[in-house]
Design a protein around this ligand. Structure first.
Ligand code: SF4
Ligand code: SF4
Length: 451
């Protein structure tokens, strides 16, 4: 069988041998939680509670103007509604709660003992509209893709470009590629909750009309997913496909290119053009929880790892928990000076403080003490072309950088800078230590102004 791969990409050390074998454990509820009322790019929530109000776990505490809910991830008292720093950038208006003591773990309550392999067929017969309603009301967030929220993507808006007609969904892909070094939370979920993920995929197929379901996993994990293979064994419409393990195989464009379902690597909206819907493992599981158990999405699983953390772990974290609580649960920093990254070491953003909250977009936390991914001293570009060879979007990053350094943003645009998926492969491969992508302007967000 031909290797399923994409053009370009790099092979950083995987460094997953430890994290892939760590079972998921729950982070105890911290004293305080922070729920940002703005989620990039451009989603804004309107609070339904006031300072001093008591809230229950799972209660809707805010909604966007078009009704998308934000749920409390723990019971407590609203202590303030004020600007707070968030992982993605400057301070945004946030709900801050003091968690009530001696409370149970939100999300676990109400979870039935029945295994998802049994008694779920009736849910697959419910109407797509009813299923979509349940997912919408559960506030299922989608950390991959710029559109932001799964429920929205189940009803994709007409593409901004009139030349690109929307297509009916024919295939749903669960993106379990997780090609960033260290990060292994998706892998652990596939090991520990495989039947529920397969069910979430089938429910999503029912909601979208997709006839084919694919679970895309890295070929390196081929022998590690016995329970997943068992879960799909009798399903003719669902298959596991093993894709080349190189980075950034988890990005939507390279993923679709590997599957032969797309030709370029730039699109966040390719699902609308090609009829393929890509969904994260986390969102797929949240669909199951929403439909079968009526649970809102109030937690997410993430890996905390790197040579700057004492005890790496895969943690199930209540949304809004401070990053510092995750670090403490892992035994604290291993060094006085560390680099803390929101995400993996290839494309993660450096955090200046660990007071920021975990959000639905926190795929992992990487802590480096300088020995992990030491950067080269930056020297002049030698025009070796390696950055262009590895760019999955087919760009020439050295040319874009040169234009931007000369203040020629128009020429950088003509060179295709807007197609950059900010994977960081070019900076990783550059023998001159040039940071390249870090000076590229942010990609303009497709509008989802809720207010
Ligand atoms: S890899 Fe670095 S040195 Fe080589 S062309 Fe690109 S920017 Fe220049
Ligand atoms: S230019 Fe953008 S898409 Fe291309 S390798 Fe660099 S970061 Fe990745």
């Amino acid at each position: 069988m031909a290797r399923l791969t994409f053009r370009g990409g790099v092979h950083p050390p995987r460094r997953k041998s430890e994290t892939q074998n760590l079972p998921i454990t729950e982070l105890p509820l911290p004293d305080q939680l922070i729920w940002p009322l703005e989620v990039p790019p451009g989603t804004r929530f309107i609070p339904l509670v006031h300072k001093g109000d008591r809230v229950l776990a799972g209660q809707v505490v805010a909604r966007t103007a078009d009704g998308f809910p934000l749920h409390a991830s723990a019971p407590g008292t609203i202590t303030s509604i004020a600007p707070r720093p968030v992982p993605e950038g400057p301070e945004v208006r946030s709900l801050v709660i003091r968690v009530m003591e001696e409370t149970g773990t939100p999300g676990a309550a109400g979870r039935p003992e029945t295994h998802p392999e049994h008694g779920h067929e009736s849910f697959l017969e419910k109407s797509p509209e009813e299923l979509r309603h349940r997912v919408l009301e559960a506030g299922v967030a989608e950390p991959f893709g710029r559109a932001g929220f799964t429920a929205e993507r189940l009803n994709p808006p007409a593409d901004a470009s009139p030349s690109v007609p929307a297509a009916a969904v024919h295939t749903v892909v669960v993106n379990a590629m997780e090609s960033e070094p260290y990060l292994a939370s998706d892998h652990r979920l596939l090991v520990e909750r495989s039947a529920e993920i397969v069910l979430g995929l089938r429910l999503t197929m029912r909601m979208t009309g997709g006839r084919r379901g694919i679970i895309a996993v890295p070929s390196d994990n081929r022998g590690l997913l016995r329970s997943l293979r068992k879960a799909v064994r009798r399903l003719r419409s669902v298959s596991i496909l093993y894709l080349d393990s190189k980075y950034p195989g988890h990005s939507e464009g390279p993923l679709l290119a590997s599957l032969g379902l797309g030709t370029d690597s730039s699109g966040s909206r390719r699902y609308a053009r090609t009829g393929v819907r890509v969904q994260s493992v986390t969102a797929t599981l949240a669909v199951t929880d929403a439909v079968i158990r009526g649970l809102p999405q109030t937690r997410r699983v993430l890996t905390v790892a790197g040579n700057g953390i004492r005890n790496p772990r895969n943690l199930s974290v209540p949304l809004g928990a401070p990053v510092s609580a995750c670090v403490s649960a892992c035994g604290g920093y291993a060094s006085d000076t560390v680099l803390l990254l929101h995400g993996g070491p290839m494309s993660g953003a450096a955090l200046s403080s660990d007071a920021v909250p975990v959000t639905s977009r926190t795929t992992g936390l990487t802590v480096l003490d300088g020995r992990g991914f030491a950067s080269l001293p930056e020297t002049a570009c030698i025009r070796c072309g390696r950055c262009a060879d590895c760019c999955p979007a087919g760009l020439a990053p050295y040319r874009i950088e040169a234009f931007l350094l000369d203040g020629l943003e128009n020429l950088a645009r003509l060179e295709g800078v807007a197609s950059c998926i900010r994977c960081g492969s070019c900076a990783y491969i550059c023998p001159a230590g040039r940071s390249l992508v870090r000076m590229f302007p942010p990609v303009p967000a497709p509008g989802r102004e809720a207010e």
